[in-house]
Design a protein around this ligand. Structure first.
Ligand SMILES: *Cc1c(COP(=O)(O)O)cnc(C)c1O
Length: 367
């Protein structure tokens, strides 16, 4: 490490880099494979791509790319405000919802403050906590899901933020609505609840928490949503937070003035209007989830029942199986860095992609 690098704060030097899904181009290069034959089921992306409306809006927006974007995302703000029935001042837009998670951390966490989150929860919670020098308090999971009672008990006078992923990634676990609401009601006023609902669109109406209705009751709640998953805009980077006007105001002060690019704003507006696309996405996901979980059962593998667009399954030699899948052009996600060394996470793809994955897995297991 160079002399100057050694002078970075120790909490920065000790951050473990985020490990994403392997890009198709990397695997093609490493294994000499035809990229068009590679199946990537590693980053919970939408196998249907994007709504045709969003595609058209993006092409139109390209013509204006020499201009700075609208720093207040006014049109997108209006569209989200109408769709979710919240005031425009209650919204914060981000460069992906990861940006929202980071803005919450930067607005509320100082060194020596604490943030509480669950074991096996989304890796970005610890990243954004450490980046501001705050202390991450990891609460042991219960049946791979969040143990809300233990999380409540972990909140101290120093806790400024508690992160809750519902459904959680990489476990796919879902909290009961009543339990979640009771938990939020118990969180003290000096602690912000960041409720990450990146996969909300995949839930059935019966399973949805309808948490946006809770904003009127709890002024220490931030809900984060994304266009990266069901809306198929992962590469554009756009997400948003719904909260109280005063929290939104603070988060807006720490965000970069042009954090959401103009193509993303245009695509997000158009994709919000295409409910049919989201409906098709959900239907495909439901069918693919049945296909993959049945295939896992047929192979005699255990998996964690999932409410999202991926499922994590257990294989004794996860690293070896992963290597043998890669050799066959199948990319899934090893999750050893989530303290789940015996699990692999597979995203639900198209019918044909799921079938290729299952065939490759069968072969990878028999070696
Ligand atoms: C994928 C995912 C997100 C979305 O991140 P973006 O920055 O919006 O792409 C957020 N939270 C969780 C738990 C996720 O799995």
């Amino acid at each position: 490490m160079s002399e100057i690098a050694k002078l970075a704060p120790s909490y920065i030097r000790s951050i473990a880099p985020y490990v994403g899904g392997k890009p198709i181009s990397d695997l093609a290069r490493e294994m000499g494979l035809d990229p068009t034959q590679i199946v990537k089921l590693a980053s919970n992306e939408n196998p249907l791509g994007v709504s045709p409306n969003a595609h058209m809006a993006m092409m139109d927006a390209v013509d204006d790319i020499a201009r700075y974007p609208d720093g207040n995302s006014v049109e997108l703000r209006q569209a989200v405000s109408e769709k979710f029935k919240v005031a425009p001042e209650q919204l914060v837009f981000g460069n992906g919802s990861n940006d929202i998670l980071e803005l919450a951390a930067r607005a509320f966490l100082a060194p020596a403050d604490e943030a509480v989150y669950s074991q096996h929860a989304f890796a970005v919670y610890s990243l954004v906590t450490q980046a501001v020098g705050a202390k991450g308090v990891v609460v042991p999971a219960k049946d791979f899901g969040h143990d809300l009672n233990a999380m409540s008990a972990a909140i101290t006078p120093k806790t400024r933020v508690v992160f809750v992923a519902n459904p959680n990634n990489p476990t796919g676990t879902l909290l009961g609505k009543a339990d979640l609401k009771a938990f939020i009601a118990k969180v003290p006023q000096h602690t912000l609840v960041v409720l990450d609902e990146a996969y909300d669109e995949y839930l059935s109406d019966a399973d949805k928490a309808e948490s946006i209705d809770w904003l009127s009751e709890f002024d220490n709640l931030i809900i984060s949503r994304t266009f990266s998953k069901a809306y198929g805009l992962a590469g554009l980077r756009v997400g948003f937070g719904l909260t109280s006007a005063s929290i939104a105001d603070l988060m807006n002060r720490v965000r970069q003035p042009f954090n959401v690019n103009s193509i993303a704003q245009a695509a997000a507006v158009a994709s919000l209007a295409d409910e049919e696309f989201v409906e098709r996405t959900r239907a495909l996901n439901n069918a693919g989830m049945v296909q993959i979980t049945q295939g896992l059962k047929d192979l005699g593998l255990d998996y964690i029942p999932s409410f999202a667009n991926f499922v994590s399954f257990k294989v004794a030699d996860a690293a070896g199986v992963n290597q043998r899948l890669l050799a066959q052009g199948i990319i899934v996600r090893p999750i050893a860095n989530y303290e789940m060394p015996e699990y692999l996470r597979v995203s639900i793809g198209l019918f044909s992609e799921n079938a290729k994955f299952l065939a490759a897995l069968k072969s990878a297991l028999s070696k």
